[in-house]
Design a protein. Structure first.
Length: 401
């Protein structure tokens, strides 16, 4: 049981709270599902990049999936072994590629032919050999929200099978490239197994056709995407997920790399926000809170649902309300048309499932400092990021006035 009121009183609101023990349990459940096969769980740092969170996963033996050199640096700083770090992303700068090669990470996930040539050129300049993997876009509909679907040719991610084959041949013939892996990631918040299995089959067949031309890969990188319960979704059990993937790999000696983000952190996180006041515009009732879209963007960005629990001492009949923040945008809401009881100034709302793509998507819009973050571990709370002050917000500008 988490004492939300006490945490809100001690650390103030808006506040992110993460249950580290829950994160460990999710990590272990997924790792267990792949047992019997060489596997690496490479935590998708973008889901929640707080250094203490990444360090927590490092302590469990996790690798890291990074999408910027900033994330690679975070992973290294947090203690993730370089040989378990992957650098993905559709647009990497020359400086980022150079630093990734110099950091001797496991591999760079290449997402286009042009990028492969850049990586080769930069490796050549460094006199190095860059380990690479290629992100294949298997053109599978993952049946998730269009904004988090990535495995269709309409999406900007990865390359089609034919291009990938050309790229592997080029890499194999290059003195500066070492093709070690193959990667796919068809989308996030996946709740259906068939699209994953279908994608894995396509990519496993590609591995076999590469073997036939003497290109031997070591890593089969299945991306992340495992869905979680926000509301009433039926999700995929880790065991079924692992079995579906492993079933496509018969006869192949490959280390499976899985890049979970949301699965490890979403339901470990809570966003706490206090009620400022209620207000009525015509028929419409609003609960105005101190947290906003700059703290938790998912409802505004994807119309994402987060369960909201009201902690109030008053008893009343729930009624339909919109929960909105102070930011000057009509799109600034945490929930629309949800049932909540009558609320008073300083009552607390607990926004559930906020541990993934929550704080990380935050901003300073409207000159609002980002929330503090707190970890809960073995029944103890500790601050893992202090609240941003006004001084923090102007630090990079004030001397340039
Ligand atoms: C390449 C890649 N790997 C892993 C992830 C993590 O996804 P999730 O948080 O859904 O597990 C993403 C998310 O977009 C991704 O693009």
């Amino acid at each position: 049981m988490i004492h939300f009121r006490e945490l809100a009183n001690e650390y103030k609101t808006p506040l992110y709270v993460y249950d580290f023990d829950y994160m460990s349990a999710q990590y272990e459940a997924l790792k267990e599902a792949f047992k019997g096969r060489k596997s690496i769980l490479a935590y998708a740092v973008k889901a929640n990049s707080n250094l203490s969170v990444v360090k927590h996963f490092a302590g469990l033996g996790s690798g890291a999936d990074c999408v910027s050199i900033g994330e690679v640096r975070r992973a290294l700083l947090a203690g993730i072994a370089p040989y378990k770090i992957i650098f993905s992303g559709v647009g990497k700068s020359d400086d980022e590629i150079r630093e990734a090669i110099e950091s001797d990470i496991l591999y760079i996930n290449v997402e286009s032919e042009a990028e492969l040539l850049r990586v080769e050129l930069i490796a050549k300049g460094l006199g190095a050999i860059s380990r690479i993997s290629i992100r294949v876009n298997p053109n599978i509909d993952p049946k998730t929200h269009p904004y988090i679907s990535t495995g269709l040719h309409d999406n900007k991610f990865g390359v089609d099978i034919q291009s990938a084959k050309r790229m592997y041949i080029l890499a194999k013939n290059s003195e500066y490239l070492d093709p070690v892996g193959i990667h796919f990631h068809i989308g996030s918040q996946l709740t259906e197994l068939d699209p994953i299995r279908e994608a894995a089959e396509i990519v496993a067949d590609m591995v076999r056709s590469l073997q036939a031309i003497d290109i031997e890969l070591k890593f089969f990188d299945i991306g992340g995407g495992l869905g979680v319960v926000y509301n009433d979704e039926t999700t995929i059990a880790p065991y079924d997920y692992a079995q579906a993937i492993l079933g496509t790999l018969k006869g192949l000696d490959l280390t499976v790399i899985c890049e979970p983000g949301r699965f490890l952190t979403a339901n470990a996180g809570y966003f706490l926000t206090k009620v400022l006041y209620e207000k009525q515009n015509g028929e419409k009732k609003f609960v105005v809170v101190d947290g906003a879209m700059n703290d938790l963007l998912r409802p505004s960005l994807y119309n994402a649902y987060h369960k909201i629990e009201a902690l109030t001492s008053k008893e009343s009949e729930p009624r339909a309300v919109d929960v909105v923040g102070p930011v000057c945008e009509s799109g600034d809401f945490l929930a629309k048309n949800i049932m909540l009881p009558e609320l008073e100034h300083n009552d607390l709302l607990v926004v559930h499932s906020a541990g993934a793509y929550g704080f990380g998507m935050g901003s300073n819009y409207n000159t609002r400092g980002r929330s503090a973050e707190v970890a809960l571990e073995n029944g103890k709370a500790r601050l893992i990021r202090r609240r941003e002050s006004f001084e923090d917000l102007i630090a990079l500008e004030k001397d340039l006035l």
